[in-house]
Design a protein around this ligand. Structure first.
Ligand SMILES: NC(=O)c1ccc[n+]([C@@H]2O[C@H](COP(=O)([O-])OP(=O)(O)OC[C@H]3O[C@@H](n4cnc5c(N)ncnc54)[C@H](O)[C@@H]3O)[C@@H](O)[C@H]2O)c1
Length: 390
């Protein structure tokens, strides 16, 4: 069996997580690292014993001929870096969200097709240990027929929450419900329905956003619907997804914090307080057989690598494929468009430009002024804009 050669482009937090998983997997070998910051290259290179360290990604790829290049960089660089790396005809593993609008996502997918390369988008939760437990329970019919999915994100500002956390949650929804054919959404900022002046640049380079609180309804085949709340809640919450079936419910709480993690099953569709039966069953997480808990790899990142190896062996797409990542961008842009224009948006949308920038343009406004990139500073600036402090 072929071992896959992997190069890591970006050696900070997510690059380190990806590198540890590729290092731990018996079928992948890290052949080179690239970063603009020498200290980061050296820290990761020393930890994993990788001598080939580059600041120029093209030189790295030309000299080491990797099969896969991981692109765990800030989201604003995904589009340009993906196009540049795909030009070499290698497969990519790109952090989520794939891109910040449909136009960018279209271009990345077209380039991959042209170069016969595969894309995996790093939504590792979809193949992670708790989602596997949920998927198994669903496949065994333990909640009967799936009817509805409900999810809420972290406490981030809604539009940023959607791009950052919602992207993972939507991917999990797609796993069980298939493609989404339309969305309806409302968004408020400072207590009023969003206006074109509430369109702002996202923190952390995630494109253009609007809405402090966003509530979206997604429609899937067979009458299945999902609600997605991306609200700036005042107190911390763990992101949760609940799958509601004709005979039971499944809850997945997995994405961010170490506490309250897990998958749970309620063997009845509605919980009655006076019901004597045991309420929630804790489902055991399902790990990859070859996963070593002593390794530094997170089990979800390891499962994601395992799936990439299997996909490449079998000549098929990763479960977290480029086309799934592309569809998630369509859904997120559909949510913004629906909230802005107050209408249902059928997917895929014809107009591929960012809907919030179009909305501003149609209202005689230029793109919004820049805001700070770090989230805390961004929030402070937004509060000043809304006249709350400053
Ligand atoms: N999957 C998850 O669970 C998860 C969690 C958090 C963040 N993310 C995603 O990860 C991404 C951010 O990852 P991060 O926080 O590690 O990124 P970061 O921006 O902190 O670090 C990226 C690194 O890439 C390097 N880099 C950027 N451009 C480069 C270039 N042209 N050549 C060489 N090196 C270059 C930078 O120097 C930097 O060290 C975002 O897209 C975010 O959405 C995913």
């Amino acid at each position: 069996m072929k071992n896959y050669r992997v190069a890591i482009l970006g050696c900070r937090g997510r690059g380190t997580a990806a590198a540890r998983a590729y290092h731990a997997h018996p079928r992948t070998e890290i052949v080179a690292l690239c970063d603009l910051v020498q200290d980061l290259l050296d820290t990761l290179g020393d930890e994993l014993g990788v001598a080939a360290r580059y600041t120029d990604l093209d030189a790295m790829i030309s000299q080491h001929q990797p099969d896969i290049v991981a692109i765990p960089t800030g989201t604003e660089f995904h589009h340009s870096l993906a196009l540049r790396v795909l030009e070499h005809g290698v497969h990519i593993d790109i952090e989520k969200p794939l891109c910040v609008d449909c136009q960018q996502a279209d271009e990345v997918l077209a380039k991959a097709r042209e170069k016969n390369a595969r894309i995996a988008v790093h939504h590792q939760g979809r193949v992670g240990v708790y989602m596997q437990a949920v998927a198994k329970a669903l496949a065994e019919g333990r909640i009967g027929q799936l009817r509805h999915i409900h999810g809420h994100g972290k406490t981030y500002y809604g539009g940023y929450n959607l791009m950052n956390i919602g992207t993972h949650m939507i991917n999990n929804m797609l796993k069980v419900a298939g493609p989404c054919h339309s969305v309806v959404a409302t968004a408020t900022t400072d207590g009023h329905a969003i206006t074109p002046t509430d369109v702002v640049p996202s923190p952390q380079g995630m494109g253009t956003i609007a809405g402090e609180h966003i509530t979206a309804t997604l429609s899937f085949a067979d009458g299945v619907t999902a609600t997605l709340l991306q609200h700036r809640f005042p107190t911390p919450v763990n992101p949760v997804i609940e799958f509601c079936g004709s005979e039971g419910r499944l809850v997945l709480s997995q994405l961010v914090w170490k506490r309250d993690l897990g998958a749970f099953l309620l063997p009845q569709p509605h919980y009655a307080l006076n019901d004597q039966r045991e309420p929630w069953e804790v489902l055991a997480p399902i790990y990859c057989e070859s996963y070593d808990p002593q390794s530094s790899a997170h089990p979800d990142d390891y499962a994601y690598v395992e799936e990439y190896v299997a996909a490449l062996d079998e000549g098929r797409e990763h479960e977290c494929s480029g086309s799934a990542g592309h569809h998630i961008v369509e859904i997120m842009m559909g949510i913004f468009e629906s909230a802005a224009y107050g209408k249902r948006v059928d997917l895929p949308q014809q107009d591929r430009a960012h809907p919030l920038l179009r909305w501003r343009r149609e209202n005689g406004l230029p793109p919004p002024d820049p805001m700070p990139r770090p989230y805390a500073e961004w929030l402070a600036a937004e509060d000043v804009r809304l006249g709350r402090s400053g």
